[in-house]
Ligand binder design. Structure first.
Ligand code: IVH
Length: 657
């Protein structure tokens, strides 16, 4: 199924959309199962892009009710009920989206980095005048997760015991810390785990059977929330977490009702992101006042008092789906890579040009391979590289033109860049080849491939008839065309405004109508109108034209009837003068030599018009030699052969009698 052809929002879902919805649900289910099992197979932007697309197509899809449930696969970790749900965050992708979340009563808030790791809640219990880490649980299905305490104890940022001296009157018997396990880039680089990337490694590392493996991963932990204490604000909670000895996310106070304050906070994390040693994927904005947060409560998916302004990923991973080979008007066959939709910089991307054959061969992407996509200059989608090879086939390079089926040609430029070209005159996708053919048959001098290509690319011409509308101003806008060459081009095009029927037919580039068949067809029908009115069997009746060719000619003329009409308006097509039977010169043959008062063709016409025949040399069967000044050798030969010699006046009196 071709991507990118779906109808937009608001329009009744069609068959293709239904297909897409089913595909999306299938993918999202697979990805979220893997994610909740601790082995994510796609990155957040890829997941988000698919979810956004599904929401666009079918916001009420039952998939959204299922998210977060039935996802924990069989595991060896014990399931634990969360005392408070571990929800998701609402998402925004722009200042506008963020400010539409803010209500006038929100007041001050905090902004903090959204860590791109693995959420873990830590429960500390008051035992023997100390707070002891008794449980570490994954987010799991948001209401219950997996007990990964032993593994979490291997993370050096996480205190096992907190001395009471650090605790103030806000504490009760048991409290909970929430935060994110992550791996630093510098640690990732020292590990020999090629198959994964930094972002996806935390969950797998936490869900190890052997805690020593978790330890060897040298993970870190950032705390971003503290539950079941009596603090009034989020900022107090975070300050308290610092006192307890936690690494706390770097937070900033913001005036949520002031757009500039919000934007500045976002900008500073965008900048900070470039220098830190770990992944963050957005900025979390949260109301500072906990009473307001609690009053607002939660949806089934997220708390209303917080939102994540997600970074538009600069690049993201997705799956390569297929190649599309697009035939350009100049015959170039351009490769386009189609991949699973991915949201980058505010748009969902589904395809990118792969430029030329050399790049296709170099990247050698196979269907199903995991690729990295970016937006070059923030705009143009670009396939950067293959991240993981899944297919063992690599690139699939076509042999035949996807439009007309004819065999493709590989061209190599001066710089060694390989391109694929369709050079078939019959290919409906391409214009250059057909115009080149026209120009060559019509004997339009000095109008070659380069200038035609430029005219096509500048949209001055789209078919051969457009050549007759080209202006000097048009030509002067083309690279490398100066005054003189523009004039010469125009003059040469002018000369083509009068052509014989045979040449005109051959110039159309119709299958079967080559130059020799065109001459035969022209002599047979004599005028363009008669050619155009002929049926397939009329062509078949011409000696030497096979029935397949006749069919091709007939079909080709019909298919090109509009072009022919336009060409006729610009070109005087000279038909064949019918042979005169029974004229005054009937049965007599003529040869013309020397200079006469008119061009030789004038007298040749008169001979034919009056039923006479023309000969090309002197022989005994020649009846008359018409001589002008400076006749040359033919005169002597004629005398010797006894051929009758006549002057122009005698000839004229023969036909005027
Ligand atoms: S606040 C109700 N702050 O993002 C959730 N979450 O998409 C309140 N996350 O699983 C969470 N960094 O683990 C918050 N600075 C941060 C965060 C953060 C990462 C994670 C969190 C949650 C996910 C939600």
């Amino acid at each position: 199924m071709q991507k990118g052809v779906f109808l937009y929002k608001g329009v009744t879902m069609d068959m293709f959309e239904l297909d897409e919805v089913n595909e999306l649900v299938e993918k999202l289910t697979k990805w979220s199962e893997a994610y909740y099992a601790g082995n994510p197979i796609v990155s957040d932007p890829v997941y988000d892009a698919a979810e956004i697309r599904l929401r666009e197509l079918d916001s009420k899809n039952s998939y959204f009710n299922r998210v977060g449930s039935n996802k924990v696969k069989e595991s060896t970790f014990e399931k634990v009920q969360h005392k408070e749900l571990m929800l998701s965050l609402n998402k925004a992708y722009s200042l506008k989206e963020l400010t539409s979340w803010v209500k006038p009563n929100f007041g001050y808030g905090i902004a903090m980095p959204k860590m791109d790791g693995f959420a873990i809640s830590l429960t500390y219990k008051f035992i023997d005048y100390e707070y002891v880490l008794i449980r570490a649980v994954t987010r799991g299905e948001s209401d219950k997760g997996e007990d990964v305490t032993e593994n979490i104890k291997q993370i050096s940022d996480i205190p096992h015991i907190i001395h009471c001296t650090k605790v103030d009157e806000n504490f009760i018997d048991e409290f909970e810390v929430r935060g994110e396990v992550y791996m630093r880039h510098s640690v990732f680089e020292t590990l020999d785990i090629k198959a994964e990337n930094c972002r996806n490694i935390a969950p797998g590392s936490v869900r190890q059977k052997n805690p020593l493996v978790t330890k060897s991963r040298r993970l870190n932990y950032f705390a971003y929330n503290l539950l079941f204490t009596k603090h009034d604000t989020m900022s107090d909670r975070l300050e308290c977490l610092k006192n307890l000895g936690f690494q706390v996310v770097n937070y900033i106070k913001v005036d949520l009702n002031n757009e500039e304050s919000v934007q500045n906070a976002y900008n500073s994390y965008v900048e900070w992101r470039t220098i830190i040693d770990f992944d963050i994927d957005g900025v979390v904005f949260m109301i500072d006042d906990i009473t307001i947060i609690e009053e607002l409560g939660n949806t089934s998916h997220h708390p209303r008092g917080a939102i994540a302004w997600k970074f538009e990923a600069e690049e993201g991973e997705t799956t390569f789906l297929e190649y599309q080979w697009q035939v350009s008007r100049t015959g170039l066959v351009n490769p386009v890579g189609i991949y699973e939709g991915i949201r980058l910089d505010g748009a969902t991307l589904t395809n990118a040009t792969l430029h030329n054959l050399s790049i296709v061969k170099k990247m050698n992407i196979g269907v199903g391979d995991k690729i990295i996509v970016s937006r070059r200059g923030g705009v143009i989608p670009q396939i950067e590289r293959v991240e993981r090879r899944i297919s063992d086939r690599g690139a699939d390079i076509p042999i035949h033109c996807p439009v007309c089926g004819s065999e493709l040609v590989t061209c190599i430029s001066d710089k060694g860049i390989e391109t694929l070209r369709c050079v078939s005159i019959d290919c409906s996708a391409q214009v250059l080849t057909r115009i080149l053919h026209f120009v060559s048959v019509m004997e339009i001098m000095d109008v070659g491939e380069s200038i035609i290509e430029k005219m096509i690319n500048a949209n001055f011409i789209n078919d051969s008839a457009d050549l007759f509308n080209i202006t000097k101003d048009n030509l002067l806008t083309l690279e490398g065309i100066k005054d003189k060459s523009a004039e010469r081009t125009l003059k040469n095009i002018e000369l083509a405004r009068k052509k014989s029927l045979g040449k005109f037919l051959a110039a159309l580039g119709i299958k079967g109508l080559g130059s020799s068949v065109s001459e035969t067809v022209a002599s047979h029908f004599e005028t363009l109108d008669r050619v155009l009115n002929a049926q397939a069997n009329d062509f078949e009746a011409i000696p030497g034209i096979a029935s397949i060719t006749a069919g091709n000619i007939y079909d080709g003329l019909k298919a090109n009837c509009k072009l022919i009409e336009t060409l006729r308006k610009n070109i005087e097509v000279i038909g064949i003068e019918p042979k005169v039977i029974g004229g005054v010169l009937s049965g007599k043959s003529f040869l013309i030599t020397g200079t006469l008062s008119q061009p030789r063709s004038y007298f040749e016409n008169l001979v034919e018009k009056n039923g006479g025949a023309l000969k090309s040399s002197v022989s005994k069967t020649l009846d008359y030699l018409l001589v002008g000044d400076n006749p040359g050798g033919k005169l002597d030969k004629a005398k010797k052969s006894g051929v009758k010699i006549i002057l122009e006046e005698e000839f004229m009196s023969m036909i005027n009698n």
